[in-house]
Design a binder for this molecule. Structure first.
Ligand SMILES: [Zn+2]
Length: 67
């Protein structure tokens, strides 16, 4: 069985994670990312940073930040 289709390099994974901030990923892309994140601490940390930044930006935009 050819397993190559779900193998993702960290470079591809971080690219997809960035794109996921702007568009909805397709199911195969989300599955590949999920599998990669299970095995890869580096990309999991990258995702946490992206989420943190996104939450921060959203709060700032909504005027929800304390002075
Ligand atoms: Zn990775």
């Amino acid at each position: 069985m050819n397993m190559d289709w779900f193998e993702l390099s960290c470079k591809q994974a971080s690219k997809l994670l960035s794109q996921a901030q702007e568009r909805r990923l397709g199911l195969p892309e989300r599955l590949k990312l999920r599998l990669h994140l299970l095995a890869c601490d580096g990309c999991t940390n990258f995702l946490k940073q992206l989420r943190f930044i996104r939450t921060f930006i959203r709060r700032y935009r909504d005027g929800d930040l304390p002075e």
